[in-house]
Design a protein around this ligand. Structure first.
Ligand SMILES: NC(=O)C1=CN([C@@H]2O[C@H](COP(=O)(O)OP(=O)(O)OC[C@H]3O[C@@H](n4cnc5c(N)ncnc54)[C@H](O)[C@@H]3O)[C@@H](O)[C@H]2O)C=CC1
Ligand SMILES: C[C@@H](CO)CCC[C@@H](C)[C@H]1CC[C@H]2[C@@H]3[C@H](O)CC4=CC(=O)CC[C@]4(C)[C@H]3CC[C@]12C
Length: 368
């Protein structure tokens, strides 16, 4: 495939192509993958912005579909050279049931793998997550770790459990014979907390700050570092890994953390890099509430969620799981992607910051 693929024009499929990360992957492919002739975008909900992409030289095909439906996935995959599987249910707030999270993230991924095997698609890139590693239920810190750092990855929450299972399926599928007899080549990318244009949680924090008179209150000690990576760089890694997977046998069955030059900071201090220039301030150099009280409030939120479930969906940002993740150091320091496929971040930290600030400022003006 390698030499003929280079000459030939390629068909890519992006599942979840209308999500936060998926949209950036789609736009990045159109800008930076010269061998692309058709781009298929598969999502449960198609965005109106797709129409503007249809006027360019690459054929853009929007497919409304559900990854849990094997036949819909197989139809979308048939004839594609590469699948970038970003679709997933990102829910750590208890909005969806554990069964639904499993169905979308695990069964959906299995459907994508089987579709590749049945239809003869040889290259699969899976968007995994730092969450497949940690933070674990014991709250052990993972400090500037890499892909080989030993860490006890033990989870109970449905989201990390589902991502870990799905990642394992993808890696185990590496080498399976696809229709036509060639081997399937799979890789998994593990972003840390992604930020940038379109980041819903950043939008939520911004609006929360506005409601509180331009203030946010520190809840987590500044010393707890949380890994973050700019969405444009995560998208670029997907484009590069998909391209290089077709050349380098070394990459099959590998996992790569997604990283760039974003600084190591606490979750809240990092958010303030964007929210401060938009007029918000973070009150307190130390957490204003004692940790035991936060634990109590998080447990109360979980109880209220359970009690109110028959009547309404109560899904605040603070719950025992999000508190544990925010309060446990998890940062990566690695150059594996650079060594294996020549990845360098496309966007500097300054650029990533400026773009994100501009986007938050746009959120402000569009909601006035
Ligand atoms: N947001 C983050 O900080 C991180 C996200 N990830 C992973 O990146 C991927 C993308 O996440 P985001 O863009 O943040 O989430 P998102 O929710 O913005 O995007 C997910 C997309 O998948 C689609 N989707 C959901 N269920 C589907 C189904 N049954 N069939 C077809 N499409 C479906 C959604 O409609 C959405 O467009 C996910 O796999 C997530 O686990 C990994 C690490 C960090
Ligand atoms: C205690 C609160 C006081 O302000 C702060 C709560 C913040 C949380 C909502 C976020 C803290 C860490 C985030 C997660 C992290 O970035 C890793 C993730 C990876 C993914 O694959 C999906 C998203 C997430 C789980 C992300 C979700 C939001 C946080 C828990």
């Amino acid at each position: 495939m390698a030499d003929s693929a280079r000459a030939q024009k390629l068909v890519y499929l992006v599942t979840g192509g209308c999500g936060f990360l998926g949209e950036h992957v789609v736009r990045m492919l159109l800008q930076r993958e010269p061998r692309l002739c058709e781009l298929r975008i598969f999502d449960l909900h198609l965005g109106p912005w797709l129409d503007e992409l249809k006027t360019g030289p690459v054929r853009v095909t929007a497919i409304q579909g559900d990854v849990t439906q094997a036949h819909e996935v197989a139809a979308a995959v048939a004839g594609a050279h590469v699948v970038i599987h970003t679709a997933g249910l990102v829910d750590v707030f208890g909005k969806a049931s554990p069964e639904t999270i499993h169905e979308v993230n695990v069964q959906g991924t299995q459907n994508v793998i089987e579709a590749c095997v049945q239809t003869g698609t040889q290259f699969l890139v899976y968007t995994s997550s730092m969450e497949v590693v940690g933070p674990n239920v014991k709250g052990h810190p993972f400090y500037r770790g890499n892909e080989d750092t030993p860490y006890e990855a033990v989870h109970r929450h449905p989201y990390p459990c589902s991502k870990a299972l799905a990642e394992r399926l993808v890696l185990e599928a590496n080498g399976r014979k696809v229709r036509g007899g060639l081997p399937l080549v799979t890789c998994a990318l593990r972003p840390t907390g992604i930020y940038g244009e379109g980041h819903q949680i950043m939008r939520d924090f911004y609006h929360q700050g506005l409601r509180l008179g331009g203030r946010l209150f520190r809840a987590i000690p500044a010393s707890v570092e949380h890994g973050r990576v700019y969405v444009g760089n995560v998208a670029w890694m997907h484009v590069l890994v998909a391209r290089e997977e077709q050349r380098a046998a070394l990459m099959g069955g590998q996992v790569y953390f997604c990283y760039d030059k974003s600084p190591y900071k606490s979750y809240e201090d990092f958010n303030m890099e964007f929210l401060r220039p938009c007029g918000l301030r973070l009150v307190g150099t130390r957490p204003l509430l004692p940790y035991w009280l936060l634990v109590f409030l998080a447990a109360l939120n979980a109880l209220l969620q359970w009690l109110l479930r028959p009547l309404l969906l109560y899904a605040p940002l603070l719950n025992p799981y999000t508190l544990a993740v925010a309060n446990t150091t998890f940062t990566v320091s690695t150059n594996k992607a650079q060594r294996h496929f020549g990845y360098e971040p496309l966007f500097s930290w300054e650029d990533s910051r400026t773009r994100t600030i501009r986007w938050v400022q746009g959120v402000e003006s569009s909601s006035q």
